[in-house]
Design a binder for this molecule. Structure first.
Ligand SMILES: [Zn+2]
Length: 286
């Protein structure tokens, strides 16, 4: 027989608060719901993160996918959650790869589908029902891509004599896509301005910091391209802000990029499992 003592009562209250906070939301869903960009998990990009959905850094598969594989959905209910968007898109016959951020003013800017063809098919449907509301499917545009410097990184550690083509092939083997061959000056062991096909791929490369390229037998060091220093989010991971800044959606020419199967992409298609909610008996030491 046990009595509820004040100390126990306070523990009960503490527990219910913990449960309320968790509401079955995984860390990754919480990250997706927070304001602004979040730091990408380097280990996840390498396929070596052991934290799974509990990781406090962002695990976003879609950063390695071409922009043509993503769509924008507008006109969703204001309080819509990423799970509801995923369900709605699933019900329409499509699979969603990422955890889409839902803006409180009623849109989700990036829903990543399984392939470019699937994204095109959903764009052709143009409408999807989300929680009883008919929402609008539109082309995805990354607002930061209006400045091409945002798609660039600086690479060093190239072996003597390496060409732009070597560099491109070495990174393409890890799933990175390029619209144009980078310029590497003869006798240089660096590439000042390496332009990726998307802004998010540039982000991913910067997050990785180093990449081994077997074709050149070297380890490349990646730094942010000088022209875009103020671009990165300084927000700590897991900030509890729910509101999101409004974003302008400027048009951008998409590229018919193909994403090669690399260790990066393979690693990032693992299914997500929900984080465990606190267990009452365990919390109370029963
Ligand atoms: Zn991680």
């Amino acid at each position: 027989m046990s009595f509820i003592t004040p100390r126990k009562q306070s523990k009960v209250n503490e527990f219910s608060l913990l449960l309320k906070e968790s509401t079955g939301m995984t860390n990754q869903e919480k990250i997706a719901a927070q304001n602004g960009r979040t730091r990408l998990c380097r280990h996840f990009l390498r396929g070596t993160c052991t934290e799974g959905d509990n990781c406090t850094y962002c695990h976003d598969i879609s950063v390695m996918k071409p922009d043509d594989q993503k769509v924008f959905i507008g006109g969703i209910p204001r309080n819509c959650t990423s799970r509801q968007v995923i369900k709605a898109v699933n019900d329409a016959g499509f699979k969603v790869l990422n955890i889409p951020k839902c803006h409180p003013s009623g849109f989700t800017p990036k829903v990543c589908l399984e392939s470019v063809a699937k994204a095109k098919a959903l764009l052709k449907m143009a409408r999807v029902e989300v929680e009883g509301v008919i929402a609008d499917v539109r082309k995805f545009t990354d607002s930061r891509s209006t400045n091409r410097d945002n798609m660039c990184v600086t690479v060093s550690g190239l072996p003597q004599g390496a060409t732009g083509k070597d560099l491109m092939e070495g990174l393409a083997a890890h799933g990175f896509i390029f619209d144009r061959t980078p310029l590497v000056n003869t006798a240089d062991t660096f590439c000042q301005r390496l332009e990726l096909a998307t802004v998010e791929m540039a982000d991913a490369l910067v997050a990785l910091e180093t990449v081994r390229c077997s074709n050149m037998g070297c380890e490349l060091t990646i730094t942010q391209y000088g022209g875009r220093k103020a671009r990165r989010s300084v927000r700590p991971p897991m900030a509890q802000t729910r509101s999101m800044q409004s974003t302008s959606w400027s048009a951008r020419q998409g590229e018919g990029g193909k994403c090669r199967q690399s260790f990066l992409n393979r690693a990032m298609t693992a299914p997500m499992k929900p984080s465990s909610a606190p267990v009452f008996s365990e919390y109370m030491g029963m």
